[in-house]
Design a protein around this ligand. Structure first.
Ligand code: NAD
Ligand code: TDX
Length: 336
């Protein structure tokens, strides 16, 4: 049995990853999570007894991080870094928090990984590459230049650069993955898909920023999780792997699919105030991950994935309903 320290393991993608690891490996998982508003410790409660340990703490707490990383003494032990402030809209209002968690937090983990010579996988985003135009068929690759737009993506880009520098300068054994927009169980209701699903389930109208022509490249959370595990197990040190499932769709297309799946009129959409600096399109080429590591997404049909996600939110109303009011009140204040 080996040990994995998973930062942000009570968050959306982190929790899906912890669940995937427990199913697929015999690892003992230590989750380090600050339990911010975005966390769902509920996602970790029905897991095999004794195989998951939740440590509530901050990734910028160097003493705590050093103690936890110091426990990773086996040859197959490792550290997977999901913890981050993850919402672009929040980064426009409180960028300092993003610098602290996303940049300083990554620095603290890298220093601990260096001291204890522990393998680290850093989870990042395709947003570090900036936006693509709608007409251009190009997609991001591992060679695309960094051009982040928002405080969120700039801090993720900064963290990526730290990881690469620590590999090169100090020989830290690290890998990186930059994934596209992820959807599925346990995603906070502030994010696009769960916001629309839960609003529609409550009988409200979809809320689309601006024109809704913005394109995202959707991947299911279980596929994001399986890709991170593949890179952790088989990825080459120092390498970056783009993670995506060929799921490009405009925001309006996603909303129309949700409306149809829920038996609602295609007109039940409000176009609300746009996001400042809103990136027009993300799309990525995951060929390196597929060919080099033999990874394939299990969810290839976005519409089917959205239908399953609707079912999941319908069955987990008790988890999301208490969060919904405050999130919608904050959006309403901003005309969104
Ligand atoms: P999330 O906001 O749902 O979860 C983040 C988790 O990190 C929460 O549990 C939170 O409590 C924890 N956390 C925040 N600050 C912390 C701190 N200072 N110390 C310890 N824990 C802290 O985010 P997510 O959507 O699950 O994203 C996880 C990672 O995946 C992030 O690094 C994000 O950049 C990356 N990513 C996400 C997506 C996506 O679409 N969700 C896509 C690509 C990459
Ligand atoms: O109500 C909404 N209406 C709307 O039109 C919300 C919340 C969003 N949007 C738009 C903005 C984006 O074009 O939907 C798209 C997706 O928005 P978000 O869910 O906020 O995601 P995005 O900003 O694209 O970033 C996400 O994917 C990459 C995650 O939040 C990041 O953590 C990840 O790195």
């Amino acid at each position: 049995m080996h040990r994995l320290l998973v930062t942000g393991g009570a968050g959306f993608v982190g929790a899906n990853f912890v669940r995937h690891v427990l199913e697929r490996t015999d690892a003992h998982v230590i989750v380090l999570d600050k339990l911010t508003y975005a966390a769902s410790p509920e996602a970790l409660t029905d897991l095999p007894q004794g195989r998951v340990e939740l440590v509530i703490g901050d990734v910028t707490d160097a003493a705590l991080v050093d103690t936890l990383v110091g426990r990773l003494t086996g040859p197959d032990d490792g550290l997977v870094h999901f913890a981050a402030e993850s919402h672009n809209d929040t980064s426009l209002r409180d960028p300092g928090l993003f610098v602290q968690t996303n940049v300083v937090g990554t620095f603290v983990l890298l220093e601990a990984a260096r001291r204890h010579d522990v393998r680290l996988h850093h989870v990042s985003t395709d947003e570090v590459y900036g936006e693509l135009s709608l007409e251009d068929p190009a997609r991001f690759t591992e060679h695309t230049a960094y051009r982040p737009s928002s405080p969120y993506s700039a801090t993720k880009a900064g963290a990526d650069h730290l990881v690469r520098a620590w590999v090169r300068s100090f020989g830290v054994r690290a890998t990186l993955s930059n994934c596209s927009n992820t959807y599925g169980p346990w995603q906070h209701v502030e994010k696009f898909v769960p916001r629309q699903v839960t609003t529609l389930l409550e009988g409200g109208r979809a809320k689309v920023y601006g024109t809704g022509e913005h394109v995202r490249d959707w991947i299911h959370a279980q596929d994001h999780a399986s890709a991170v595990l593949a890179v952790l197990e088989r990825g080459r040190i120092g390498e970056t792997y783009l993670v995506g499932a060929d799921g490009q769709a405009s925001n309006l297309e996603v909303v129309r699919a949700l409306l149809e799946l829920l038996g609602r009129s295609a007109d039940d959409v409000d176009h609300v105030a746009d996001r400042a600096g809103h990136d027009l399109r993300y799309a990525l080429d995951a060929n390196k991950l597929r060919t080099e590591l033999g990874w394939e997404p299990a969810h290839q049909d976005l519409r089917a994935g959205l239908a399953a996600t609707i079912d999941w939110y319908r069955e987990h109303r008790g988890w999301w309903a208490p969060k919904k009011g405050a999130v919608e009140a904050a959006y309403a204040e901003r005309g969104q």
